[in-house]
Design a protein around this ligand. Structure first.
Ligand SMILES: [Zn+2]
Length: 190
């Protein structure tokens, strides 16, 4: 029986290379947390999840071969923990906005994204969930120190605090998560 404390050595599995963690979704497809492959395998054997996407990575031992799941979905609803503590930070704003510029609506790689104050800091706009959005560099420069109204650059949607709770692991993994995960971080009206 696999146990969360087991290591590769204990269960005789070759060293697993590459990105192996799984995104765990609630039954409602909302992201719950990021889990390591050992935990993913346990949940699978316990029959608690269905596998939605796979990594191109297998674990093999003498007696088993298992394609590691990239995205898993719980079979029963689990009430998320408190939803009032989504940390405000650059990465979480990008996730909330689905890595999409909130002015031109295009998605961009991380490095081409910036944070934009909707009401500029120079006009006392706060650095908060409701006043900071993801913007591409072009739109950010074009908008400059103006409000969306005066720049005639309306927002795609009103920015709010998201209602999911990203895990610390997810923040760490940002920038190298599989593309297959991004669709599960849609714009959410909070
Ligand atoms: Zn843009």
């Amino acid at each position: 029986m696999l146990d969360a404390a087991d290591t590769d050595d204990h269960i005789g599995i070759e060293t697993v290379r590459g990105f192996t963690r799984s995104l765990l979704l609630n039954v409602s497809y909302e992201p719950m947390k990021i889990i390591n492959w050992q935990k993913a395998v346990i949940l699978w054997f316990q029959g608690k999840v269905e596998i939605i996407e796979y990594h191109d990575v297998y674990i093999r031992s003498v007696r088993m071969s298992f394609q590691l799941p990239s995205v898993m979905r719980l079979k029963t609803y689990v009430r998320p923990r408190s939803q009032t503590h989504v940390r405000f930070c650059r990465e979480n704003v990008y996730i909330r906005d689905n890595f999409t510029c909130q002015y031109c609506g295009k998605s961009h790689p991380n490095r081409q994204l910036t944070l934009d104050h909707v009401v500029p800091a120079s006009l006392n706009g706060p650095k908060s969930w409701t006043n900071v959005v993801t913007a591409c560099r072009n739109c950010n420069q074009k908008k400059a120190n103006r409000t969306p109204q005066s720049a005639k650059m309306p927002l795609m949607k009103e920015p709010r605090m998201p209602n999911w709770l990203p895990s610390a692991e997810f923040e760490l993994a940002l920038g190298k998560v599989p593309n297959t995960w991004l669709q599960y971080f849609p714009v959410k009206a909070g």
